[in-house]
Design a binder for this molecule. Structure first.
Ligand SMILES: *[C@@H]1O[C@H](CO)[C@@H](O)[C@H](O)[C@H]1NC(C)=O
Ligand SMILES: *[C@@H]1O[C@H](CO)[C@@H](O)[C@H](O)[C@H]1NC(C)=O
Ligand SMILES: *[C@@H]1O[C@H](CO)[C@@H](O)[C@H](O)[C@H]1NC(C)=O
Ligand SMILES: *[C@@H]1O[C@H](CO)[C@@H](O)[C@H](O)[C@H]1NC(C)=O
Ligand SMILES: *[C@@H]1O[C@H](CO)[C@@H](O)[C@H](O)[C@H]1NC(C)=O
Ligand SMILES: *[C@@H]1O[C@H](CO)[C@@H](O)[C@H](O)[C@H]1NC(C)=O
Length: 279
């Protein structure tokens, strides 16, 4: 291949990356969408008696047609909401790999085990509701790193240990509900004007002490309908992708407007052929 051809290929590749940047960014070296992997990790550690996660499928190109999953226009996972679905089991630490997540709603289930410290990696998270579950252990101090967090509800669990001082670092926090756990003091100065820490016997024995409630009335839990996703891929596309080889490239070819890498662009064709010949 001559130098000119090489330059042409490079240019086309740059174009391709520019058009499909978000897609490529999501593919791990094996061509598997890392958000699919993270969600499959979450599914694997949950018990799902009503099968609400049944259409979560390891071989999906992206998880955007899955129930309870919301994607951005760029097909990034920004919301996961499975409130009141009778889920039990534990919350996998792989939730920390959903780095685009903005909303996580798992309230009113029977999920037990610890609150994963990896949640602290979700820098875009603004709403976190794990209330009315069976979470145990301490509230991870890593939650203090969530500088986008505005709404935090961990009420009605079995959390114990010190009230995390790091929560005082979340300047955006407008709503904080840690009520009905078993947390102990001291209580740091925290920014949320709307808060509830009643029902923690070591903090607010009767619930009528000063500082157990904020002044503003508490809004109800979020009630967002997450059951509809984007229309699923047609069967042929799914089958081809499920067949495996070159999954990432097939995805590019199917989903990215193929104009850029069309048949009459020779250098790009050579590039694709070479890729398939030497996998
Ligand atoms: C949690 O489990 C208990 C007993 O296993 C059951 O009675 C209760 O309805 C469950 N709660 C939810 C929200 O699924
Ligand atoms: C998060 O993603 C990385 C890289 O894709 C992977 O190595 C790691 O196992 C994942 N972590 C979890 C907890 O799933
Ligand atoms: C949380 O627990 C308290 C005390 O058991 C109960 O009064 C309250 O209704 C519960 N909150 C919810 C939303 O279930
Ligand atoms: C709050 O943030 C500051 C600066 O990032 C850090 O030094 C401090 O340790 C944090 N406090 C807590 C309690 O996490
Ligand atoms: C709360 O925690 C204290 C000390 O950690 C413990 O003695 C007490 O039994 C706990 N209460 C409940 C209801 O779990
Ligand atoms: C959620 O949306 C789906 C599909 O749009 C609809 O069938 C279902 O009734 C909605 N559920 C609730 C609780 O609104």
């Amino acid at each position: 291949m001559g130098a000119e051809n090489g330059k042409a290929v490079l240019f086309l590749l740059l174009l391709l990356f520019w058009f499909c940047g978000s897609t490529i960014g999501l593919l791990s070296p094996k061509g598997v969408n890392y958000e699919v992997q993270a969600l499959m990790g979450i599914k694997a550690s949950l018990k799902d008696p009503h099968g609400v996660l049944d259409n979560w499928d390891q071989d999906s190109v992206d998880p955007c047609s899955w129930t309870m999953v919301t994607c951005s226009a760029e097909n990034l996972v920004i919301g996961l909401g499975t409130p009141s679905q009778s889920l039990s089991g534990t919350l996998s630490s792989s939730v920390g790999n959903l780095t685009n997540l903005e909303i996580l709603l798992l309230q009113n289930n029977n999920i037990s085990g610890p609150v994963p410290p990896e949640l602290g990696k979700l820098s875009k998270l603004h709403t976190l509701d794990l209330s009315n579950n069976c979470f145990t252990g301490e509230i991870p101090s890593s939650l203090g790193q969530l500088r986008s967090l505005e709404y935090l509800r961990l009420s009605n669990n079995s959390l114990y240990g010190a009230f995390p001082l790091s929560l005082g670092n979340i300047t955006q926090l407008a709503f904080l509900d840690l009520s009905y756990n078993n947390l102990s003091g001291p209580i740091p100065k925290f920014p949320a004007k709307t808060f509830n820490i009643a029902g923690n016997p070591l903090l607010c024995k009767t619930g009528s002490e000063q500082g157990c409630y904020g002044t503003v009335p508490m809004p109800m839990s979020f009630n967002v309908n997450f059951t509809h996703g984007k229309p699923p891929l047609d069967w042929n596309t799914r089958k081809r992708i499920a067949l495996g080889a070159g999954r990432g490239l097939l995805y590019l070819h199917e989903q990215c407007d193929p104009k850029i890498i069309h048949r009459d662009v020779k250098a790009a064709n050579i590039l694709l052929d070479e890729y398939f010949e030497k996998p």
